[in-house]
Design a protein around this ligand. Structure first.
Ligand SMILES: NC(=O)c1ccc[n+]([C@@H]2O[C@H](COP(=O)([O-])OP(=O)(O)OC[C@H]3O[C@@H](n4cnc5c(N)ncnc54)[C@H](OP(=O)(O)O)[C@@H]3O)[C@@H](O)[C@H]2O)c1
Length: 279
C-alpha cells in the first residue's frame, strides 16, 4: 500500500535526549511497515506554545509531552480528555483532521496494563492499596486505580498538603496520611506503589520499613532506572511479587501510537529487551 504522506510524531521536552520514546515508536513504525519518524523535539518553555501550534502545519499526527511541559500544555490544546483533566497533566497530543489539538494522558493506562502483564489476575479491588507520592506520576496511578474500582487507597506523601489536595481532587476512596505513618500504613495492604522520585538513579533509596506489609502484596515502583530499585529488591527478598516502571512506560505508548497511526501496537519481549538494553 502506498502511503499518502510521511508519518510524523515526536516528544517535546527539555531536556529530551534521554527519552526512550523515539526508540519505542520507531520500532513500531518499522515493525508495521510504515514510512515515518518519531523525533525528539528539544523545546524550551518559552517556545512551547509556538511548537505545539505548529504541529498541524508541519504534518505531525501528534506528539508526546514530557518534563517540564506536561502541565503547561493544558492551556494550549483545544480540548482535554477526561483522564488528562482529572490528572491535571497531558502526556500526549493528537492532531485532529481539522487541525485542532486534543490533549490526553495515557500514563494511567500504562500503569494498569503493566500490572495486568505482571499478574494477569490482578484486580484493583483486591484490598487496600498504599500509594507513596502525590506528584504527576502519583496522580495518574491514583486516577487509574480508582477507574478500575479501588475501594481503599491510602496515600502517603512527604508534603502532607500535597497528599491532602490529591485526596480532595479524587475523593471517596483516597485518604491522605502523614509521611511518618507510612511504615504502619502497610498493614493488610494488597498492593504498594512507589510513585515518589526516591530510588531513582542519582537519588537516595526510598526510606520505608516493609515489616508490616503482607508478603502476598504486589509491590510496584513506577521508576524504571534502575530496573530494580532498593524498594523492589527488598520486597523481592521477603517474597513479594514486584513490578518496575518499564511496563508503564512501554504500555502508555500504545494508545498514543494507535491515535496517531491507527494501529494498536504490542509490547513484545523483543521490544522490552531492546529498551532494557538502553537503561
Ligand atoms: N514509568 C513511567 O512511565 C513513569 C511515568 C511518570 C513518572 N515516572 C517516575 O515517577 C517518579 C515521580 O515522577 P513525577 O513526575 O510524579 O515527579 P513529581 O511530580 O516531581 O513528584 C515527585 C514526588 O516525589 C516526592 N519526593 C521527592 N523527594 C522526596 C523525598 N526526599 N522523600 C520523599 N518523597 C519525595 C514528592 O513529594 P513532595 O510532594 O513532598 O515534593 C512527590 O510526591 C520519577 O522517578 C519518574 O521518573 C515514571
Amino acid at each position: 500500500m502506498t502511503q499518502e504522506r510521511y508519518l510524523l510524531a515526536g516528544v517535546m521536552g527539555w531536556p529530551v535526549m534521554h527519552s526512550r520514546s523515539p526508540a519505542l515508536h520507531n520500532y513500531w513504525l518499522a515493525k508495521h511497515g510504515l514510512k515515518g519518524s518519531y523525533v525528539p523535539l528539544a523545546i524550551k518553555p518559552p517556545g512551547l506554545e509556538a511548537a505545539v501550534r505548529a504541529l498541524p502545519a508541519l504534518g505531525f499526527s501528534g506528539c508526546n509531552v514530557t518534563i517540564p511541559h506536561k502541565q503547561a500544555v493544558i492551556g494550549i490544546v483545544d480540548s482535554l480528555t477526561p483522564a488528562a483533566k482529572r490528572i491535571g497533566a497531558v502526556n500526549c497530543i493528537v492532531v485532529n483532521a481539522d487541525g485542532s489539538l486534543d490533549g490526553g494522558n495515557n500514563d494511567g493506562f500504562g500503569f494498569i496494563e503493566s500490572m495486568r502483564e505482571a499478574k494477569p489476575d490482578w484486580r484493583a479491588d483486591a484490598g487496600p492499596i498504599v500509594v507513596l507520592g502525590a506528584g504527576g506520576g502519583a496522580r495518574a496511578v491514583v486516577d487509574s486505580l480508582i477507574e478500575k474500582g479501588a475501594r481503599e487507597l491510602r496515600l502517603f506523601n512527604r508534603t502532607y498538603d500535597h497528599a491532602k489536595t490529591l485526596a480532595q481532587d479524587f475523593g471517596g476512596a483516597v485518604k491522605a496520611y502523614s509521611w511518618e505513618a507510612r511504615h504502619d500504613g502497610l498493614e493488610r495492604a494488597a498492593m504498594l506503589v512507589n510513585a515518589t522520585s526516591q530510588g531513582m538513579v542519582g537519588r537516595p533509596a526510598l526510606d520505608i520499613r516493609l515489616a508490616k506489609l503482607p508478603t502476598t502484596a504486589l509491590v510496584a515502583d513506577i521508576i524504571y532506572i534502575p530496573r530494580e530499585t532498593a524498594l523492589l529488591a527488598a520486597a523481592r527478598r521477603r517474597g513479594n511479587r514486584t513490578v518496575n516502571g518499564l511496563g508503564m512506560l512501554l504500555h502508555q505508548a500504545r494508545p498514543a501510537f494507535h491515535a496517531w497511526f491507527g494501529i494498536m501496537p504490542e509490547v513484545t519481549p523483543e521490544l522490552r529487551a531492546m529498551i532494557e538494553a538502553t537503561l
